[in-house]
Design a protein around this ligand. Structure first.
Ligand code: IMP
Length: 427
């Protein structure tokens, strides 16, 4: 089967956008299967920076088909803005984008509820969501009170179906959360306009994908967020509301599970996290600050500073196992240039015991102490290397050490923001 899944193995922001952009050239169809506009996939082409939220990163490579499949939750108003922004920058978005008629819709009342819920949480209960309405939209999907992209195109949907739902959401916002209501008529008008703008792109994407595969096209599944934000296997409840792992691909696309073959996991050479929740290797000192500044670790969606820390092998191994990774892309190696010593967390210690698997409970994970192995840093720069042998020797050793510890071949190493700053190795 000619497919490849690209998935994040940490708390998102591993640099998947750049890897997908690079691999898009070798694929015909690029598919988003889960998440929504909480994602922020940054791609830099000739010093132009693109931050994609809902549109697959393949849109930046001419001649590719891009699919937003049924597992994604789509904010149609934001999607239209994103498409207009891309078009204004010379990117073609027309019949090269297909949108599932079964994908659930994120409305402004989902965003308002997300923000009101988050504002009502205090201290340790705060999740630090992106405020994009993702949790409430998936909650509506599973409680069977959501609407799908196909619904927006039907005749009497707006007045007879959507309007009462907005009124109901407003009651919740006003009476329970004491938050501002959303304007009913304006909401209807903006969603209707957005749906009209997208009408030609909305289709049965599962059928389209089956057709592409039958025709021998190469399909790339573009993961959003990362394994540690997975609703089942992430650091619950500090997670997002979808399955961010390769298991989410079949349900998120309508393709059978056998379609998932090769899985490329993306790992950053260190660890970052936005939002709250346990983070065993977090550095709250000058070293963490240095990683943040050198790595430009600020959220592509919200601009929030990311929390930074050393590479966490326990977490990485879990991501590799749950996703069934067949290879790894290691990103942002250049950010570690110039560090004297680099630490790798090889295990945790909990109540005096060595732990090699992530505890399920956030409380326990919050109490573990990282057990570090220290390796030598390197003096030269990894940023200029385009072949593995061009990397400083100690940078090569760092990659080899991670590869050995994780137990999965590292076939790509990213050493800068630019599309061209990448090293490929054979497995
Ligand atoms: P939500 O997905 O907006 O509900 O946010 C839930 C958690 O996932 C928060 O900690 C967010 O910061 C995090 N999150 C969601 N999307 C991303 C992403 O694309 N990159 C990194 N973190 C994310």
């Amino acid at each position: 089967m000619k497919t490849l899944a690209v998935v994040g193995l940490q708390w998102g922001d591993e640099g998947k956008g750049k890897i997908v952009d690079y691999l898009s050239r070798k694929h015909d169809v690029i598919v988003r299967c889960q998440g929504g506009s909480n994602a922020g996939h940054t791609v830099v082409i000739d010093a132009e920076k693109y931050a994609l939220h809902l549109v697959p990163s393949g849109i930046l490579t001419p001649g590719k088909m891009n699919v937003i499949a049924n597992g994604v939750v789509i904010d149609p108003v934001m999607l239209v803005k994103e498409i207009e922004d891309l078009r204004s920058r010379g990117v073609t978005v027309s019949d090269n984008l297909l949108i599932s008629d079964r994908a659930h819709v994120v409305f402004n009342y989902h965003r308002a509820l997300d923000q009101a819920q988050e504002a009502g949480r205090s201290g340790e209960q705060k999740i630090g969501t992106t405020g994009r309405g993702i949790g409430p939209a998936y909650a509506d999907k599973y409680s069977r009170s959501g609407f799908r992209m196909g619904d927006l195109l039907g005749g009497d949907f707006y007045q007879s179906v959507l309007k009462p739902r907005i009124v109901e959401a407003n009651r919740l916002l006003k009476e329970y959360f004491a938050a501002p209501e959303v304007p009913v008529d304006e909401t209807i008008a903006e969603v209707r306009n957005a749906a009209e703008a997208l009408r030609a792109n909305v289709t049965d994407t599962a059928a389209a994908l089956r057709g592409f595969l039958r025709a021998g096209r190469k399909v790339l599944f573009e993961g959003a967020q990362g394994a540690l934000l997975d609703i089942d296997y992430g650091t619950y409840p500090y997670v997002t509301s979808s399955n961010t792992t390769s298991a989410g691909i079949p349900t998120g696309t309508g393709l059978p599970p056998q379609v998932v073959g090769k899985v490329l996991g993306v790992l950053k050479a260190y660890t970052t996290r936005v939002g709250t929740g346990p983070f065993p290797t977090e550095l709250t000192d000058a070293t963490g600050e240095l990683l943040r500044e050198r790595g430009g670790e600020y959220g592509a969606t919200t601009g929030r500073p990311r929390r930074c820390g050393w590479f966490d092998l326990v977490a990485a191994r879990q991501g590799v196992a749950i996703n069934g990774c067949t290879s790894i892309a290691l990103t942002k190696l250049d950010v570690l240039d110039g560090f004297d010593r680099i630490r790798i967390c090889v295990a945790y210690e909990l109540d005096g015991r060595k732990v090699e698997h992530m505890p399920a409970g956030a409380r326990d994970l919050g109490r573990v102490k990282p057990v570090y192995e220290e390796v030598a840093g390197w003096k030269g720069s990894a940023a200029q290397a385009r072949h593995f042998e061009d990397l400083p020797k100690k940078a090569q050793s760092y990659v080899a050490r991670i590869e050995k510890l994780v137990g999965c071949p590292i076939t790509m190493v990213s050493v800068g923001r630019e599309r061209t700053a990448i090293i490929t190795r054979s497995a």
